[in-house]
Design a protein around this ligand. Structure first.
Ligand SMILES: Nc1ncnc2c1ncn2[C@@H]1O[C@H](COP(=O)(O)OP(=O)(O)OP(=O)(O)O)[C@@H](O)[C@H]1O
Ligand SMILES: [Mg+2]
Length: 402
């Protein structure tokens, strides 16, 4: 089902521009403005939109900011599966108010048609994912998959170490059912860490255009463990060609085909990482024990909260946890606001394993670091009522968006 897009604005000229930008999308046409929207209870506007199958609501321009925020909060409260776009100048101050009201994006009304249609397309995609999560309106043929995104605000903190060992460990438990995507499109080294020489990369998938799940498999490399790998492009220039939409498409396609998809990311929250987070069920958040890493992770967690990216289960991994730099684990947990799911010790075996392209979980399975990594694998494979990883078990209840 494709979401309808509603526009709530008294600005007829803008409405016409938005109609033009939406016309390139599979979504149906926008609605007209009614003056009474300014007067009636926001919940009534929300109910009216829901009755009409609206998935995306564009608020403004030409409305008082307070009215837009009230309406956005009402949509967020009454129909969290609907996605709200605000058409206003995206100042820091406005974002501060818009994010807690559940607004998905703030876009300048002066944005060109390409930018507008991109923003609406993203909102439509988000609305459809939310609808699937909240109402269970998913393709019934599609198996519930688990998408695990590994992220950290800092480079070199151990994301690739975790993503490769976790995915290889999971593939060992479920051969052929796990894929890993390298979304570090400029400098990704998942291929090197797994000693693969890919024939195709995510950039080839990106430029291939419309691809279905069967075709997407052509772009994957296979690893001896039974893992499938969508590798990063060969050069940063090629990486530039991979956009938010491509990342969302790649992870989404693989999630339709594989019960588990692990995503490695570049440091920080770039647009591709945000695309992966939006379709993730789980986030593995990595920090090392130094103050700068811990502080940055705290900021990243706050940013995720601010963007209402709170539906994913968060797993905090402390890497090189035995480094003696003055911060103890309980202090770190307090600072980050999360309990550690796992502490990984420092070990020479890790860089050695990366250098030879065999994850430490395979090359040194009895080492303390590999045992800890195996524990992480088991946290994901553990049979629990809401585990997605039990291939023949009962299907998990769908998680509510928020
Ligand atoms: N527990 C550990 N003990 C020893 N070395 C480690 C450990 N974890 C990671 N390393 C080493 O630290 C370096 C960075 O690790 P890794 O590549 O996994 O980080 P990253 O977060 O993916 O970095 P980037 O942001 O550059 O992609 C690598 O050389 C890796 O071998
Ligand atoms: Mg990396």
């Amino acid at each position: 089902m494709t979401s309808r897009v509603a526009i709530i604005t008294p600005d007829a000229a803008f409405e016409e521009r938005l109609r033009t930008s939406v016309s390139s999308l599979p979504s149906s046409a926008v609605r007209r403005w009614k003056d009474e929207y300014l007067r009636i209870d926001p919940s009534k506007v929300v109910a009216e939109m829901a009755d009409e199958g609206v998935g995306v609501v564009c608020l403004g321009p030409g409305l008082p900011v307070d009215t837009m925020l009230e309406l956005a909060a009402a949509f967020d409260r009454d129909h969290p599966e609907q996605c709200v776009l605000m058409l206003a100048e995206p100042t820091v101050d406005l974002w501060r108010q818009a994010a807690p009201a559940g607004v998905r994006d703030v876009v300048s009304p002066q944005a060109d048609l390409v930018e507008l249609s991109r923003a609406v397309a993203r909102a439509v995609e988000t609305a459809e994912r939310r609808r699937a999560n909240v109402i269970g309106d998913a393709d019934p043929r599609r198996p519930a998959s688990r998408v695990v995104t590994v992220l950290s605000p800092k480079g070199g903190s151990g994301k690739t170490t975790l993503a490769t060992n976790l995915s290889v460990g999971l593939a060992g438990a479920m051969p052929g059912k796990v894929a890993v995507v390298d979304l570090d499109v400029h400098f990704g080294d998942v291929a090197a860490a797994l000693q693969l020489s890919p024939s195709h990369t995510i950039r080839d998938l990106a430029i291939a255009g419309a691809v279905d799940t069967t075709m997407a498999k052509v772009f994957l490399s296979s690893h001896a463990s039974g893992l499938y790998v969508l590798c990063a492009p060969e050069s940063p220039a090629e990486g530039d060609e991979v956009t938010y939409e491509h990342a969302a498409q790649a992870v989404g396609l693989l999630a339709q085909e594989f019960p588990v998809v692990v995503v490695d990311t570049a440091a920080g929250l770039d647009e591709r990482t945000l695309a992966a987070i939006e379709v993730s069920t789980d986030l593995v958040l990595v920090a090392t024990t130094d103050v700068s890493s811990v502080r940055s992770l705290r900021k990243l967690v706050e940013a995720l909260d601010g963007l209402s990216m709170t539906a994913q289960q968060r797993h905090f991994v402390l890497n090189r946890a035995d480094a003696r730099v003055g911060l103890e684990t309980p202090d770190i947990e307090t600072a980050v606001g999360m309990k550690t799911a796992l502490s990984l010790p420092s070990s020479r075996a890790v860089p050695l394993s990366m250098n030879v392209g065999t994850p430490v979980i395979i090359s040194e399975p009895r080492s303390p670091v590999a045992r800890q990594l195996q524990r992480l694998v088991e946290q994901f494979t553990a049979q629990s009522p809401d585990s997605h990883l039990v291939p023949s078990g009962p299907s998990a209840p769908r998680r509510r968006w928020r």
